[in-house]
Design a protein around this ligand. Sequence first.
Ligand SMILES: [Zn+2]
Length: 122
Amino acid sequence: MYRVRAVMSFGGAHNLRNYNGKCENLHGHNWKVEAYLKGDSLDETGMLVDFSVLKKRLKEILDTLDHKYLNDEVVFFRSNNHTSENIAKYIFTEMKETFGSLTDRVVVWETDIQAAEYWEND
Ligand SMILES: [Zn+2]
């Protein structure tokens, strides 16, 4: 199997719903996002997916989140709390629209020491 990844970040603000703690207050993060693709065959160039294609799509997705107030400026998060877990799911779902079954997993780091992952079908 082959796996490739791109790593990018975006900044945004939120205050978690249904949460008792300091994250219920308005605050911001610079989330770091790792997006992985996986497959068992390469194209004639010897690539799983061209890194430039992967990076372009990931940037497009992160641009929908960058410098947004996640609570109400992103439709997905009006009905899904914008935890790192759900941010990973949102990015994964968007990636899957482009890369289909090559979409492997998405890791979202909300600080240097804690991250959440989303994937489907191991
Ligand atoms: Zn937060």
